[in-house]
Structure formats: C-alpha cells, structure tokens
Design a protein around this ligand. Structure first.
Ligand code: HEM
Length: 351
C-alpha cells in the first residue's frame, strides 16, 4: 500500500515537475521544474525541489473528479495531526477527572435522599412523550460517548489490556455504531428541545440557585420550579449548544462526499473532539445525579412519577404550582403510578 502510494506520489510529482501528462489544471512554476532538473544533474536521486512542489498545495492534473483531488499532499494536515495530540490528551484528562471526582463524591457524600413520610400522593412529572424523547436521546448519546471514547483512547487504554484481536473487533464495531447512531440525533435533539423548552427559561432565580449550590449538596436546596438551574445547564449547554455542535461537525465528518475540503474536515474533527470531551464530562455529572446521586430521580424518568415529598424537597416552587393546579403536571390518579407513594417500591426509590 505504502509502495503504491509512493509510486503514485512520485509519478504525480514527476508529472508536475517535468510537465508530463496530457494537460494541467495549473502548471507548476517553471522555476520548480527547472530546479528539479538542475538538482538531478548535481545530486542524482535528490528530489527535494519536486517534493517542495508537491507540498506547495498547488493543484496538479488528475482525471479523478472531486474537491481537491488534484492536491496530492496537503501540508496543513501535519499541523492538524499535531493539534490533535494535546486536544485528545487534555480531553482524556478532563473525562477521567470528572469520573474520578464523581466516584470520590459518591464515596464521601453517598446518595442524596429525602425522608419519605409515606402516605403522600404521586405526581406525574414526565409525560410519555417527555420520557421517550429523553430515552431516545440518552441511549443514542451514551452509545456515541462510549464508542467515541473507545476510538479516541482505546489504543492507549484498552489495547494493552485486551490485546489486538479483541481490540480490532471492538474498534470496528465502535466506528460503525458511532457512524450509524450519530444521525439519530438529527431527530432526537429537536424532539427533546420541543418537549423541554417550556420549563427551561432562564431567570434571576437560577443565578440564586447556583449561588446556593453547596446547599443543594447538603440537602437544603434553593427552591426551584420544574427544573433547577443545574438541569437548565444540562438543557442549554449539553443538549442545545454542545450536542448541536456535535451533530453538525459529525455530519461533516460522516459524509465526506458533500463537497467539503480537507481543511473543513480537519477543523470539524478538532471541534468535534473538544465539544465531545466537555459534553461527556458534564453529562457524566447529569447521569450520576439522575441514577445513583439523587434517590428517586431515576424513577421520574423511568415511569414518569415522583412522590409529593420528593417534589417538595427538590422542586418546591413547581410542587406548589402542582398543588395550586397551576402546573401542567398533575397528581396521579389512584392506582396510576406503579406502587403509590407509601408503597415499598416508592419508599426504596425515595428514602
Ligand atoms: C444514561 C443516561 C441518562 C440518564 C440516566 C438520565 C437521567 C435523567 C433523569 C432521571 C432526569 C429527570 C430529572 C428530574 O426529574 O428532574 C433527566 C432529565 C433530563 N435529561 Fe437526562 N439522563 C441521561 C442522559 C441524558 C443526556 C445524554 C442528555 C442530553 C444530551 C440528557 C438531557 C436531559 C434533560 C434536558 C433533562 C430535563 C431537564 C431539563 O430540561 O432541564 N439526559 N435525565
């Protein structure tokens, strides 16, 4: 393969330098061709002028149609290759620090519980459409995150542990899953946006919530509406900004036949990497809080219901609105929620 490439390169470059071939999209500067001829006489085998010409980025002649097909070697690619290394390194550190920080936090703080009195009513917090949109997004997103991390760091982290055979399978599987799962977000992002935008407006109260962030972790939450400021950050930063950036740059990379140049793809790749590492670190916090971090939160997204006590503790303003009949979400009908607030199922979820 390398030999073939080299042969093509030399042939291409010779055509450039010596004026061979039927026609040229653009003639190389005469000085380069002359320099190569002179160099061949002075130092036979020294092709430096020829390669300088190839690396100049000037398009040569080719019968292959397409964007930049006449440019054999794009020297800017080297700069891009060098930029990837620190981006991946610091991105990896960021993701590792986020995961280690969450593990440490769990060991020190444990799950955030609410004392469930029992006997209260259940509230339907999420409609079916809310939940289906969220799970389409969450499952697709997690598949993309895991396969993306395998492609980014698998060679350094997994290969030494699982060996070449297994890693080769895993890498191919990851690449294909990543390429096919990505476009699902074209549907999932707008669907999530439509389902959740109504309760994610930002106001002065959200800044106060952040000012009291330590109270949140100590169990004295600043009262919030349906979503607190941390959740709004998930909505705006992870979903709207970062995931949209990932979709756009991902499509540029997934479909190289859309007419984009190599430089565009290199930029898209770097932006895709940066956005993904930041988004994965932030999403890890969200997933932690939505599963083992805040008891009872996962149930809300699994079957749509929360207990009154949970709602009052975590989203007091919203709870007051539900009680006053001002919120779109209502108390569940008797028997509607799987196990009531006083049931063993609800107690294990919320206390
Ligand atoms: C395994 C992965 C995930 C789990 C377990 C999970 C869990 C949850 C849970 C339990 C809630 C409800 C919280 C509440 O009742 O207040 C929630 C809400 C939400 N999640 Fe996830 N989630 C996951 C992945 C994601 C991803 C990848 C995104 C975005 C890219 C996302 C975006 C949201 C949004 C926007 C909300 C509503 C909060 C708001 O609109 O401000 N989730 N999630």
């Amino acid at each position: 393969m390398r030999l073939q490439l080299l042969a093509t390169a030399v042939g291409f470059a010779a055509a450039l330098a010596l004026g061979g071939g039927a026609a040229h999209a653009q003639q190389p500067p005469a000085s380069d061709a002359t320099a190569q001829v002179e160099r061949q006489q002075a130092q036979p085998g020294n092709n430096a002028p020829l390669w300088r010409d190839v690396r100049s980025g000037q398009p040569g002649y080719t019968t292959v149609r397409g964007v930049e097909t006449g440019v054999l070697v794009e020297s800017r690619g080297q700069t891009y290759r060098e930029a990837r290394v620190p981006v991946a390194f610091w991105g990896g550190i960021l993701v590792a620090v986020a995961l280690a920080g969450l593990a440490l936090f769990y060991l020190v703080r444990g799950p955030m519980d609410v004392k469930e009195a029992g006997g209260g009513r259940m509230i339907r917090r999420f409609s079916n459409a809310d939940r289906y949109a969220h799970w389409l997004m969450a499952i697709t997103w997690v598949v993309l995150a895991v396969t993306g991390l395998i492609m980014s760091f698998g060679k350094d982290v997994l290969l030494p542990v699982i060996g070449y055979t297994l890693f080769a399978w895993l890498a191919v599987l990851s690449k294909n899953l990543h390429n096919f799962a990505g476009p699902i977000l074209i549907v999932a992002v707008p669907w999530m946006f439509i389902q959740y935008i109504r309760d994610n407006g930002i106001g002065a109260e959200d800044f106060k919530w952040f000012a009291n962030i330590f109270g949140y972790f100590r169990g004295h939450e600043y009262p919030s509406h349906r979503f607190n400021a941390g959740e709004k950050l998930v909505f705006w930063l992870i979903l709207v900004i970062l995931t949209t950036i990932l979709v756009v740059t991902g499509l540029i990379l997934n479909f190289p036949n859309l007419g984009q140049t190599r430089a565009t793809m290199q930029n898209a790749n770097l932006i895709h990497m940066i956005a993904s590492y930041v988004a994965i670190a932030l999403a890890a916090v969200h997933i932690y809080l939505g599963t083992i971090g805040v008891t009872g939160a996962y149930r809300a997204m699994r079957d749509g219901h929360v207990t009154e006590t949970w709602a009052e503790h975590h989203h007091r303003r919203w709870y007051e609105d539900v009680r006053a009949g001002k919120a779109r979400q209502k108390f569940a009908e008797p028997g509607e929620a799987a196990g009531g607030a006083g049931s063993a199922a609800a107690r294990t979820q919320t206390s």
